[in-house]
Design a protein around this ligand. Structure first.
Ligand SMILES: *[C@@H]1O[C@H](CO)[C@@H](O)[C@H](O)[C@H]1NC(C)=O
Ligand SMILES: *[C@@H]1O[C@H](CO)[C@@H](O)[C@H](O)[C@H]1NC(C)=O
Ligand SMILES: *[C@@H]1O[C@H](CO)[C@@H](O)[C@H](O)[C@H]1NC(C)=O
Ligand SMILES: *[C@@H]1O[C@H](CO)[C@@H](O)[C@H](O)[C@H]1NC(C)=O
Ligand SMILES: *[C@@H]1O[C@H](CO)[C@@H](O)[C@H](O)[C@H]1NC(C)=O
Ligand SMILES: *[C@@H]1O[C@H](CO)[C@@H](O)[C@H](O)[C@H]1NC(C)=O
Ligand SMILES: *[C@@H]1O[C@H](CO)[C@@H](O)[C@H](O)[C@H]1NC(C)=O
Ligand SMILES: *[C@@H]1O[C@H](CO)[C@@H](O)[C@H](O)[C@H]1NC(C)=O
Ligand SMILES: *[C@@H]1O[C@H](CO)[C@@H](O)[C@H](O)[C@H]1NC(C)=O
Length: 422
């Protein structure tokens, strides 16, 4: 048997998220720049049905600078009993599974371990709910909080039909789309309250459970994807990315693992695996930091991000940079900017990202495959110096992944006979 239910958008409800209802679990993924960063999956049972319930599942990205880009998330779990999914709005399972025990109405999915993916933009309105249908893309929390959640609705059959008989699914897995996230068990929390759009009525879920997922670069086991090169006005040496930062060009294990830009024939694209231009560093992304100008009270830096990956337009890219002078950043041209560590500290950290419709997409390798910005810093006379590479960043992350820096002893240094105002 099937049910008809109205997509939740029609009820015009606004989700109110009870932050207080989280519980902690141990995590090995501690990130000092984003210590509470997590993805929380909230499962709200909206109504009971004769053989189960209708729920709205929302994936909240509470990570400051890690987003989920195309081809988007996929979410899996193991049903506790013999549950089936009658119907879904705003998403679908990748496989239906064996529904041969059903006659008449056939469920959307009968698998014990379903895998759910978001629908694509342009899905007909009657198959959408709020926060769905973005191809699984979820923004980071700092960059675009309004788009930092993704929702879908499902109607579950052969399940418990009250808060005493229903059992939350187990073994949640979140792929983004690769590995990296670990999800804890579902925890029953206080039912979510929904405030109507005009703010005049509050309704609440029948029952709510949360699943907490955390990211670990170690689990993702990615090779580095990004490196840093440096230059300055006071020394014409350009310090390149360290050789083999992300791989070696003549790697015996992966011959032909890069593309010669001179050869007109690019290898055929397969999936989202990087297809990088042949360079000494072999990184898909290079961040170049150029100390450009020096005035009495100010100094300028030009930051350029170059894409060497022919197989990827990085949408909603972001950069996290540590440099002591971010305490006194005065102007940023062309990028958005936010301090991540709001209080003065020796490794002040800032997040930079593109301006929507202008440079928020870092285009694939080639002529248009770069974005840049100029940063104007006000000198704090007590700390400012060009000596010992002080003007160069301490750490850089691209899309949340650590970038390989040149070794500090290779940094361009100020010629002995120079007399720059400092
Ligand atoms: C998950 O993120 C939210 C929002 O920052 C935070 O309130 C919550 O404490 C975090 N949970 C954990 C377990 O860190
Ligand atoms: C189930 O619902 C009843 C009221 O309908 C409530 O008193 C009880 O606390 C709920 N139990 C759980 C586990 O949510
Ligand atoms: C959950 O996963 C663990 C480890 O992968 C496995 O041992 C366990 O049997 C799974 N539980 C269920 C209910 O599938
Ligand atoms: C990147 O975007 C450009 C312009 O929108 C498009 O022509 C190109 O096919 C895209 N490349 C990839 C790998 O998606
Ligand atoms: C600041 O950055 C340096 C270089 O990465 C590191 O050695 C140091 O521990 C950091 N200090 C703090 C307080 O984070
Ligand atoms: C730089 O920022 C710090 C911390 O915000 C502040 O104490 C200091 O006065 C600033 N210096 C200048 C020159 O603006
Ligand atoms: C520029 O810096 C490099 C170190 O990266 C150094 O070898 C070179 O001597 C410097 N140039 C001058 C003119 O000081
Ligand atoms: C510059 O000065 C440093 C010490 O102050 C010295 O080690 C280095 O050899 C000098 N370099 C040149 C090019 O004179
Ligand atoms: C510094 O020394 C370099 C080579 O030793 C020379 O080419 C340059 O003109 C000198 N600069 C100044 C400001 O004296």
């Amino acid at each position: 048997m099937g049910f008809s239910f109205r997509p939740v958008t029609k009820c015009a409800i606004v989700l109110v998220f009870l932050l207080s209802s989280f519980s902690f679990s141990s995590t090995d993924a501690y990130d000092p720049l984003d210590p509470n960063g997590n993805i929380t999956i909230k499962w709200d049972v909206i109504s009971w049905t004769p053989d189960g319930y209708v729920a709205v599942v929302t994936i909240f990205n509470f990570q400051k600078y890690r987003h989920i880009q195309a081809p988007g998330w996929s979410l899996g779990w193991t049903w506790a009993k013999k549950e089936v999914i009658w119907d879904m709005v705003g998403s679908q399972t990748t496989e239906q599974g064996d529904c041969s025990r059903f006659k008449g109405n056939i469920p959307h999915c009968c698998k014990k371990v379903p895998t759910v993916v978001d629908l694509l933009p342009g899905t007909p309105y009657n198959q959408q709910i709020a926060n769905c249908c973005k191809g699984g893309v979820i923004s980071s929390w700092v960059q675009d909080p309004a788009n930092s959640a993704s929702s879908f609705q499902l109607s579950v059959g052969d399940a418990g039909t009250s808060n005493r008989t229903v059992t939350p699914p187990k073994n949640f897995t979140l792929k983004a789309p690769g590995p990296g996230y670990t999800c804890g068990p579902a925890r029953i929390v206080r039912p979510t309250k929904f405030v109507s759009q005009d703010g005049r009525r509050v309704t609440q879920a029948m029952m709510t459970w949360n699943v907490l997922c955390t990211y670990s670069q170690f689990l993702a086991q990615k090779t580095p994807t990004c490196c840093v090169s440096l230059s300055s006005f006071y020394n014409n040496t350009i310090v390149p990315c360290p050789t083999c930062s992300c791989g070696c060009q003549k790697s015996i294990t992966q011959p032909g693992s890069c593309v010669d830009p001179k050869s007109p024939h690019l290898a055929s694209k397969h999936g989202y695996a990087p297809l990088v231009k042949c360079t000494s560093h072999m990184c898909p992304i290079r961040v170049h930091w150029h100390v450009k100008l020096n005035y009495k009270d100010y100094w300028w830096v030009k930051v350029t991000i170059t894409n060497f990956n022919y197989n990827m337009n990085y949408t909603q890219w972001n950069l996290v940079v540590q440099h002591p002078n971010f305490d006194n950043l005065t102007r940023v041209s062309g990028f958005n900017y936010k301090r991540l560590t709001p209080y003065a500290d020796i490794n002040a950290t800032a997040m930079l990202w593109g301006v929507k419709f202008h440079n928020d997409v870092l285009r694939q390798a080639g002529r248009y495959g770069n974005v840049h910005s100029e940063l104007l810093f006000r000198k704090d006379k007590s700390t400012f110096t060009f000596e010992k590479g002080w003007a160069f960043p301490r750490r850089i992350y691209f899309n949340g992944d650590f970038c390989i820096m040149p070794s500090p002893d290779a940094y361009p240094f100020v010629p002995n006979n120079s007399s720059y105002p400092q």
